[in-house]
Design a protein around this ligand. Structure first.
Ligand code: HEM
Length: 435
């Protein structure tokens, strides 16, 4: 009997079933598949479902952008549903479209510029702490520091003054556990429940008008309306706030942690970054959006870091309806695996791919279509927080790097922890010295 797949044009691939998932083993499997079969691979998963691993720049673009309506989110998202409900990252179809339209205006540049002061204040708090560490000759856990920075920033950006009055008053920051990826253990279930109760009470107070008019994401989300004039329900708002917190802090935190690690190993990059920061923002009063836009080398360093260490290292999709790629068919139900990590380190797109070289992102370099780069995804589901994240990372680096030299404490390259987010397997420690 011929298999139902026999009539489709499938790319080459192994005969035996192959297990893929958002886990460390999968990276090795994908790299081996690429080596053996090339940039388009088909395989059967242990549950019998057909899957494609696609490492071809044009086809990735086609699936994420032009043909995105034929795909929805794929395997692996079940694990985050407990945290994020049906928020923007996990929702699909009409639910996603409505939420995205309601939320998008909050991320307009003018609004994000309104958060610059918070970004500066959060960076200055790190400077105070690093000064103490340097004075006491103590190492700095840069993984924890960047995590604290990005978490505090996103929480103040969402809750404004309620961060101090309603969240810090809880004792230990009730959101801190989110940076650990153990979403199935029972204590986490309890913590999530507590968090949702806390957020519901903050939302209800805001709806009752108990706090003055203020500028933060929660206010903007409360004012958002769909095309029928309906706002978010409390449940929807809760899912969207949890999504914003989870999506908005770990990604930037991990990127910053890798940037500090890379800078500590590349003194010539460090020197150029300091020169640029000193030229465009010589002191706190000169930090503004024009200065940040002029920091093009800092932008290149961040992009090169995101090429090597894309926080979302693997995307999954499931095909909804028959699709045709350049030379192959995608039958409905096919799972798709796309990896910015693998693609952005593929030699024929990025020569000498493992080398850290921010000059690759100079504007005069080759046109971008020859160099696949999609750490924020592509198309309509592209990250809404991209502008926010570049701004926060530039403020953080521009303010801290001219003040502190961060010396590497180890010659060993950190191992990778490939969960939903790409992190270093162990925390990275650097030794701060005041300049
Ligand atoms: C370096 C920083 C960041 C990276 C690399 C990043 C990456 C991504 C990626 C790859 C996606 C799409 C995932 C997929 O389609 O499967 C995404 C979606 C999203 N991101 Fe980010 N992100 C970053 C920072 C942020 C920040 C700071 C925020 C919020 C302030 C944010 C909010 C979101 C949201 C809400 C979505 C869902 C969009 C949708 O599905 O319509 N992200 N991000």
């Amino acid at each position: 009997m011929t298999s139902p797949q026999a009539s489709y044009r499938l790319p080459p691939g192994p005969k035996e079933p192959v297990a893929l998932g958002i886990d460390p083993q999968t990276l090795q499997t994908l790299q081996e598949l690429q080596q053996q079969y090339g940039d388009m691979v088909s395989l059967t998963q242990p549950n019998g479902r057909l899957a494609y691993f696609i490492n071809d720049a044009a086809e990735v673009q086609r699936i994420l952008a032009r043909r995105h309506a034929k795909y929805r989110k794929g395997p692996g998202f079940e694990r985050v549903k407990m945290l994020l409900g049906n928020g923007l990252i996990v929702s699909d179809g009409d639910v996603w479209r409505r939420s995205r339209r309601m939320i998008q205006p909050a991320f307009g540049r003018q609004n994000i510029h309104g958060l610059l002061e918070v970004m500066v204040a959060c960076s200055e708090r790190r400077a105070d702490h690093w000064q103490t560490l340097a004075a006491n000759n103590e190492d700095c856990n840069i993984t924890a520091e960047t995590s604290d920075f990005a978490l505090e920033l996103i929480l103040i950006s969402i809750f404004g003054p309620d961060y101090e009055s309603r969240i810090l008053t809880e004792g230990d920051n009730p959101f801190a556990f989110l940076s650990r990826d153990s979403t199935r253990d029972l204590s986490v279930v309890m913590k999530v429940r507590h968090l949702r109760e806390l957020l519901t009470s903050i939302i209800e107070e805001r709806r009752a008008g108990k706090s003055a008019d203020q500028f933060d994401f929660l206010s903007m989300y409360l004012q958002a309306e769909d095309k029928d004039g309906q706002g978010f329900s409390n449940k929807q708002l809760l899912d969207e706030l949890m999504t914003l917190i989870v999506a908005g802090f770990e990604t930037s935190a991990n990127t910053l942690s890798w940037v500090w690690h890379l800078i500590s190993k590349h003194p010539h990059v460090e020197a150029r970054l300091i020169a640029e920061a000193t030229e465009h923002m010589p002191d706190v009063t000169t930090i503004n959006t024009d200065a940040l836009a002029a920091m093009t080398y800092t932008q290149q360093v961040l992009e090169e870091t995101l090429r090597l260490y894309p926080p979302v290292w693997l995307f999954t999709r499931r095909c909804n309806e028959m699709d045709e790629l350049e030379n192959f068919d995608v039958p409905p139900g096919t799972d798709i695996y796309l990896s910015p990590f693998v693609l952005q380190r593929t030699e024929h797109y990025w020569p000498d791919p493992d080398r850290f070289d921010p000059d690759r992102f100079e504007l005069s370099e080759k046109p971008k279509k020859d160099r696949p780069f999609f750490p924020f995804s592509l198309g309509p589901r592209r990250c809404v927080g991209e502008y926010f994240s570049f701004m926060e990372m530039k403020v953080h680096l521009g303010l801290l790097l001219p003040k502190f030299r961060m010396l590497s404490t180890s010659d060993k390259e950190p191992d990778l922890d490939l969960g939903i987010n790409l992190r270093s397997a162990e925390d990275i420690f650097l030794q701060p010295q005041e300049r």
